[in-house]
Ligand binder design. Structure first.
Ligand code: ASP
Length: 446
């Protein structure tokens, strides 16, 4: 593809549009690169840690309207933020007509999704003036059915058709419309999804997701100080890390771009020179087995461990066990098994108040020789596409944990061989993450 036909879609998160200074950074970034043709903004986020996000103010405004109270005190705060942005940017246009329309609609019962969506809409109105590009309302392209389920195929067709007519544009994030035209939002953080939909619709060469961090870190900085940034990872690795608690993109944002093979580039509006993190299908150059991508984990799981002689030969054992869980409507996370043993890992909060009844039924349905419950387990996933089909990772991982005297209560390696999950006592959680990190990153300086 020639460079002239290359299209980047640039989504800017709430902190990137929080005030006029941040919006100026957005302008500089967009104008630095002519291929940045489509811009997807969020609503203005927090300027300081105890500031209120515009989206939250709008939800509260809706609540006031629904309770029959005056919306003026809350709506005025929203209006004031946008008016300040417009005047600080020195833009010569009047936002009052748009603000009045939003005010009246919320007051007259337009619904909570409509109210919440106006944060992104008004960001779009301002950016359209600042960047001198047309505002393209996603309500004309992003579609939900009458029950509020997102319609991916119809949406993609409408987005391609509509944006295909534009050289460039601003598409506000977070919302679309129901068949009757009413506004419907995605779940919180959903502007990431809009960015992915737009990227797919215009066949972008990259989906840039601009935020206030310089990419995804190898592990949670609250667990371990100063982890390195991941520069490259695959969609599947991201999924594994996100499941275990790493947050950087909305969970559903990856699907539209993954299907189309469009890489996502996480970048920092406050440090545009930083390399950021690139998420893609992954190419030929698989990293060595001893180079991991990241470590993520969560506490508070319970293991239910069953043992039964000749379990391997007993037809229907697994079905009966899972049938009991299904009957009790309990979702399970992992199921590591041995010849005569099988363990089920479940989030502890899911079991609260239900464990005894569940165990009784497992006993009568499955008749295990022994049934043990191990609460207070933390799961830690070590993720790395390099470990697939190559020896080395497990040896290094388990060697380091043994040397540190950490007692492993469970091991699970998914069939994708992208990760190794260990279960340890909750109290060993932080230390385990640190030991694994040192074994693969800092401890591996040769
Ligand atoms: N403004 C919305 C929220 O706060 C959507 C987003 O920012 O992505 O959840």
């Amino acid at each position: 593809m020639g460079r002239e036909s290359e299209i980047r879609v640039s989504k800017f998160g709430g902190s990137s549009v929080a005030d006029a200074d941040q919006m100026r950074k957005v302008r500089a970034i967009v104008e630095a690169e002519p291929t940045r043709r489509f811009v997807v903004p969020s609503a203005p986020g927090k300027r300081t840690p105890d500031d209120i996000k515009i989206t939250d103010l709008l939800y509260r405004t809706y609540d006031a309207a629904a309770a029959g109270e005056s919306i003026a005190p809350l709506f005025d705060q929203v209006a004031e933020r946008y008016r300040n942005i417009v005047s600080d940017l020195g833009l010569d246009f009047d936002l009052d007509a748009s603000l009045a329309e939003v005010h009246d609609q919320i007051r007259d019962g337009a619904g909570s999704d409509y109210a919440a969506s106006r944060g992104e809409y008004l960001s779009g109105v301002v950016l359209s003036k600042l960047l001198d590009r047309p505002l393209i309302d996603p309500a004309t392209m992003i579609r939900f059915d009458e029950l509020g389920s997102f319609l991916p195929e119809e949406t993609q067709a409408a987005v391609s058709e509509r944006l295909g007519q534009e050289e460039s544009g601003i598409v506000p994030g977070f919302y679309g419309a129901l068949p009757d035209g009413r506004i419907k939002t995605f779940s919180r953080g959903g502007s990431d999804i809009t960015g992915a939909i737009v990227s797919r619709g215009v066949h972008a060469s990259v989906y840039e997701n601009w935020t206030d961090v310089s990419g995804l870190l190898m592990t949670d900085p609250r667990i371990l100080k100063g982890p390195r940034t991941i520069t490259e990872l695959t969609y599947r690795e991201l999924r594994e890390l996100a499941y275990m608690g790493a947050t950087v993109l909305h969970d559903e944002a990856i699907f539209p771009v993954r299907e189309a093979g469009i890489p996502v580039h996480i970048r920092n509006t406050n440090d545009p020179q930083a390399p950021g993190t690139r998420i893609s299908r992954g190419g030929e150059d698989v990293p060595p087995a001893d180079r991991i991508t990241g470590i993520a984990g969560r506490k508070d799981f319970t293991i239910i461990a069953l043992e039964k002689t000749l379990m391997n030969a007993e037809i229907g054992f697994g079905r009966r066990l899972l049938g009991v869980l299904e009957k009790h409507e309990i979702a399970w996370e992992h199921m590591p098994s041995g010849i005569d043993t099988l363990s089920i890992v479940i989030k502890s909060n899911v079991l609260s108040g239900r464990l005894d009844a569940l165990l009784d039924e497992i006993r009568s349905e499955c008749k295990p020789d022994s049934l043990e419950v191990i609460p207070g387990i933390a799961l830690i996933a070590t993720v790395g596409r390099g470990m697939s089909h190559v020896p080395g990772t497990a040896a290094r991982l388990f060697g380091a944990l043994a040397e540190a005297g950490i007692n492993i209560r469970m091991i699970d390696q998914g069939s994708s061989e992208l990760n190794i999950i260990v279960g340890v006592e909750n109290d060993d959680f932080k230390r385990t993450v640190g030991v694994i990190y040192d074994a693969f990153v800092d401890g591996h300086k040769d």
